[in-house]
Design a protein around this ligand. Structure first.
Ligand code: CA
Length: 237
């Protein structure tokens, strides 16, 4: 099951951008355009986390936050507050109202994802630890499933272990011998060429036509998980 995030924000372009990026990271996203709608959606279908803008029509983010904290069922729901105001007093007011964390606009999508991940870790350390995320690639270790964006990636057991090995050592070049040790175990004698066969299968499953190849071949050295593109670096206003 993917963690659900409710985005409460009245600026449609920002909602769209947040939705696109959070879905790419394997979250399920719901949205509310004002404070009252947010409270309604929380009641109907409680999310696992709320991204809550301060300035909202009908009911302000602060008021939504207070009401959620008053109710038993939502008392511990992680809330990440967004705001265009930057004065320190407002930051204090936001945290006073019960927000768990606070992000002032403009922020980068990287910052937002980092805060979201941190809140999930704090709220549910066990679940957060069972997910490995790299760009739009998500490995759910508990459910033994892999997603790239919204697409299910179906892997055989060896490819699954290979990918996990890469995800846990992202950015590092791993030699065929290191991969053999990590995936097949040091006691088994397997030809290094076998690694190439499974890398090929992994690549085929991971990369749909037109998608960025996530596995980099480093000549005479081995393979690594391709560095993330810096597309998410532009600040969001
Ligand atoms: Ca707003």
């Amino acid at each position: 099951m993917k963690p659900r995030i409710l985005i409460t924000e009245d600026e449609a372009p920002l909602v769209q951008m947040l939705r696109y990026n959070l879905e790419k990271q394997g979250y399920e996203v719901d949205e509310a355009g004002d404070g009252e709608e947010a409270l309604l959606k929380v009641r109907e279908n409680p999310p696992d986390l709320i991204v809550l803008d301060w300035m909202l029509p009908r009911l302000s983010g602060i008021e939504v936050c207070r009401q959620l904290r008053r109710r038993m069922e939502t008392r511990n729901m992680p809330i990440l507050m967004l705001t265009a105001r930057t004065e320190p007093t407002d930051r204090v007011r936001g945290l006073d109202a019960g927000a768990d964390d606070y992000l002032s606009k403009p922020f980068t999508l990287e910052e937002l994802s980092a805060r979201v991940r941190a809140l999930f870790r704090r709220a549910n350390p066990a679940v957060a630890d069972e997910r490995l995320v790299y760009g739009d690639l998500v490995m759910d270790l508990a459910a033994h499933r892999v997603y790239r964006g919204n697409r299910d990636v179906v892997l055989g057991p060896t490819e699954f272990r290979l990918l996990r090995c890469f995800m846990e050592r992202r950015g590092r070049v791993l030699s065929r011998e290191q991969l053999l040790d990590a995936v097949w175990g040091p006691d088994l004698f397997i030809e290094p060429r076998t690694v190439d066969v499974h890398i090929r299968r992994l690549r085929k499953a991971l990369n749909a036509p037109g998608e960025l190849d996530l596995i980099r071949t480093v000549r005479s050295a081995g393979y690594s998980l391709e560095a993330e593109k810096a597309a998410a670096e532009a600040p969001v206003h």
